[in-house]
Structures are given as C-alpha cells and as structure tokens.
Design a binder for this molecule. Structure first.
Ligand SMILES: [Zn+2]
Length: 486
C-alpha cells in the first residue's frame, strides 16, 4: 500500500507544469522603457552591432586576441555569517566553468570575490539598494550578486545602466556553481545577446520583430542572429512539433544547445553570430571591463566627501587611494599607524547632539577611522580609532551643532572592502538664542517675567545663563543686553 502511494505522489510531482521563467533579464529591461531605435518597417535596433554587416566584421577566429572581462562577485550570507548563498568552492568551480563555456569564442574572465554578511540582500530585499551599496567600480567590471533566490538576470549591453551600479548580474545560489551555466547565459545578455526564443515568445505574434521559422529576415528580427533558428521558448531540448503561425513553416530543427535558450540540459555552444555580437558589443560599449584597474570611488579625496545624512551609511573602499595626513602616534592602539585606501564623508550634527558616535558595522576588511574638523586644506584631528567596537573602529567626540566634521575611513593595512557606518547623536544642542526662554523668536517682556519667576529658585536651569548655579542679577543683565529679535 505504502509503495503504491509513493509512486502516485511522484507521478503527481512529475506532472507539474513547465519550469518557471527563471531569467528575468527581459522583463527588467522592458520595465525601464528604454526601447530601441526604429528601423523603417522593421524591428528596432539598439546599436550598430545589430546591423549584420557590422556584426560580421567581429567574428572571432583562432587568431583573435582573448577579450578578458573583469568581474567582481559579492556572495551574501546571513548577518551572522551563516548560510552562504555559495561556497568558496562554488565560486571557483563556477568561474572555471564559465571560462570553459566562453573559451572557444575568445572571451575569458578574471575576478575578485568576497562574502558580505547581510541577510536583507541574501534574501534580495531590495535590488536597487543592494547594487547601490555593493557595486564596485561598475565602469571597469561586471558586478555579480549571488543571493539565495533561484534563477537570475543580467543587464543588456545596450541598457543605459550597463556600466553603472545598477547594472551587472544577480544570480541565485541554486543556479550558481560548477554544475550550472546560468552565469554564462546571464553574461551572454550583458555582452549583447537576446534569448534565442526572443523573436517568438517575447515579441508580438507576426510583429516586425517576429522571427519566422522559414528563416526570412533572420538577421534583422528576433535575436538578430540567423544562425540561431527561430523557436518558441523550449525548456527540454526537444524540437517543437508544431509550425510557425506566421510563415507556416515547421519550427524544427531548433537550437536548444545555445546558452541563450532555456534548454539548460543540452547547453553547450554560442553560434558564430552570437560570438560576433559579443565581440562587437564589448568593443562598442564595454571596453572599460577589459581594463584591470579599478576606478577610484567618488569620495576618494576629502574634497569629494559624501555627507552622512542618515543613521546608516554604506561605504566601499575598493579602488580608493591613500590620502594625507598621516596619523599621529596617539592613534596607535598597538597595531601601528597604517591608514590606506581611504574614503571620506562629512558629518554635520543638525539635531540635538553633544556626542557623535561613529561605528563601522559590519566590515569586510580591517578598517580604521579618523574624524577631523576645519577644512580639507587644514584638517585638525578630532579623534581616531582602529579596533574599538569588536574589530571595527568607532570614534566618539564632542560634536558642535551645525559644524561640519570630516570622517575618513580606510584600511589599517593595504586592504579594501565594504562597511556600514552607523552615526548616532546623543545629548541636547545649546539653543542658538538661550535668552528667548519662551522660544517665540524674540527676547522680550515674557522672557524677563520667566526669568523673574525663576529668580533664586532654578540653579542651572534655562535662565541661569552664566551657569553659576544661581538665577540672579548677572543673568538679568545678560538678558537685557540681548533684548530684541534673536
Ligand atoms: Zn535570459
């Protein structure tokens, strides 16, 4: 009885519908509404690489130099460092597989990677904030975010975000590692490829972009590659049995072997047209990714300091250079005075604030922090810290209301990474006009009466302007001296 029950249950699961649309590159692109350039009577193009004659000049052969794309992978874990979306071995295996997938087409990849302990983004809480906080030098590398979700999505080469923090690739840990080429598929989008089924399953039926099964206009419709036959979306490597309703021709044979299909089990190639498009789009848009250097962050120097406006500020020191001044000996907590690859912020206590506490949490690198006052050209040290809150720096100092301080964060060795800075203010600012006891903007008769009411009875209270522990004649004279508008 039990055996029969199990067989039936298995049968029910196997009878489930098609796999979900695991790649959301297209719908995210369409949501941006950027579109393409209209071609008279035809399918809009996104750039010259969509012109077949241009594309074909980029066809790689055995003498074509490899294009080495630089990548930066961010693998999320829970806040406590547990449950990584991928292991170190997964990263190694994935990149090896990706290099294997692309090597025949004269494209390879170099990469850096690290863990970031942030549960919110492990579970992909907000795509925009995640990319904004953790993108590293997006003009010089393809950033990849590995989360706990399934599937993935890339950013088309012709997307205006291709080289900004909002570009890159997001991939689920279940689709990442040595057993999956989903990363190769998503990278194909970033390097300028559509799905092979784009011209059938992602455009209007018989529209100008419809890719006909008889091959007519195969280079200027659908995925702009006539060597990838027209096909409806296909998850299982079996040729569709029916016909194209627009040309009447049968779909078969199709090419589920292309990495840009949904035929994952049989993926093993890019076509000549696909490889040509990738080389063309890289040279048209993505040459920055071929450079090994990181661009410095915008707040690399004091003059580019970013204002801290909220309680939590995400920071990245990747690509940062080392600023002056060096630290004085009193900043040595036993680990030396190295302060490299720093970035700058400003902090202006604008609310009640006597003390400002700046603490980095969490950190992916060994950081230190210094706080200065005055100007970038004349910095005066207010406080410094190496390892104050656990292994992170924290600077506590007496902040003056409305005064701007410069906050400098860098490595206490030649290291870079991400951090989250927490700025907290405590205490109460002195009022700008302490004699205006009723806070009506004027020092007048009502304030005088308030002072009289507190005479000799409110030591240290608001009317004790001179702070001598007594409300008396000196306080009265001070109020008179400031009579009038504040
Ligand atoms: Zn896709």
């Amino acid at each position: 009885m039990f055996a029969v029950g199990l067989i039936l249950m298995t049968g029910v699961v196997a009878a489930g519908g098609e796999p979900p649309d695991w790649c959301t590159t297209l719908e995210r692109w369409e949501a941006k509404g950027q579109g393409g350039s209209a071609v008279a009577g035809g399918c809009p193009i996104a750039g010259s690489c969509d012109i077949p004659a241009v594309r074909d000049t980029y066809a790689p052969d055995a003498s074509t130099p490899f294009k080495t794309i630089h990548m930066h992978l961010i693998v999320f874990r829970e806040d406590d460092g547990s449950a990584p979306a991928a292991t170190e071995q997964d990263v190694i295996d994935q990149m090896e597989r990706m290099n294997d997938d692309f090597a025949p087409y004269r494209i390879d990849f170099e990469y850096t990677w690290l863990y970031v302990d942030k549960s919110q983004f492990l579970h992909n809480g907000d795509d925009f904030l995640m990319k904004q906080a953790y993108a590293v030098s997006p003009a010089t590398r393809c950033n990849v975010y590995v989360t706990s979700l399934g599937g993935g999505y890339g950013t088309f080469a012709w997307d205006s975000d291709a080289l900004t923090a909002q570009g890159g690739i997001v991939v689920g840990g279940g689709s990442f590692g040595g057993n999956s080429s989903v990363m190769s598929h998503e990278m194909g989008h970033n390097l300028g490829l559509w799905h092979t089924h784009h011209g059938v399953s992602e455009v209007g039926t018989c529209s100008p972009c419809w890719e006909r099964a008889d091959g007519v206009d195969g280079d200027t419709t659908g995925d702009f590659c006539s060597d990838t036959p027209a096909t409806p979306v296909d998850f299982d490597c079996v040729y569709p049995a029916d016909n194209d309703q627009c040309s009447g021709a049968p779909w078969a044979p199709t090419l589920p072997e292309s990495f840009m299909s949904y035929g994952q089990p049989c993926w093993n190639l890019f076509t000549v047209h696909q490889a040509s498009r990738m080389h063309c789009w890289v040279e048209a848009v993505l040459t920055g990714w071929l450079s090994p250097g990181l661009e410095p962050p915008g707040n690399d120097a004091c003059s580019g300091a970013i204002p801290i406006t909220g309680t939590i500020t995400d920071l990245s020191t990747f690509g940062a250079t080392t600023s002056a001044p060096s630290l004085p000996v009193e900043c040595d907590e036993g680990g030396g005075l190295i302060f490299e690859n720093d970035v700058w912020f400003t902090f202006t206590p604008d609310g009640p604030a006597d003390i400002v506490n700046l603490c980095l949490d969490p950190l992916t690198f060994d950081a230190r922090m210094a706080v200065y006052e005055n100007t970038c050209g004349d910095l005066t040290l207010v406080g410094c810290s190496d390892d104050s809150c656990d292994l992170a720096p924290s600077v506590v100092f007496d902040g003056q209301c409305g005064q701007t301080y410069f906050v400098r964060v860098g490595g206490s060795a030649d290291v870079t990474g991400y951090g989250r800075m927490i700025a907290a203010a405590f205490g109460v600012c002195d009022p700008v006009c302490p004699w205006d006891l009723d806070e009506d903007g004027m020092v007048g008769i009502n304030d005088f009466l308030d002072l009289l009411a507190a005479w000799d009875t409110d030591p240290g209270g608001p009317p004790d302007f001179d702070g001598n522990g007594n409300v008396g004649i000196e306080d009265f004279l001070e109020l008179l001296a400031n009579w009038g508008p504040c």
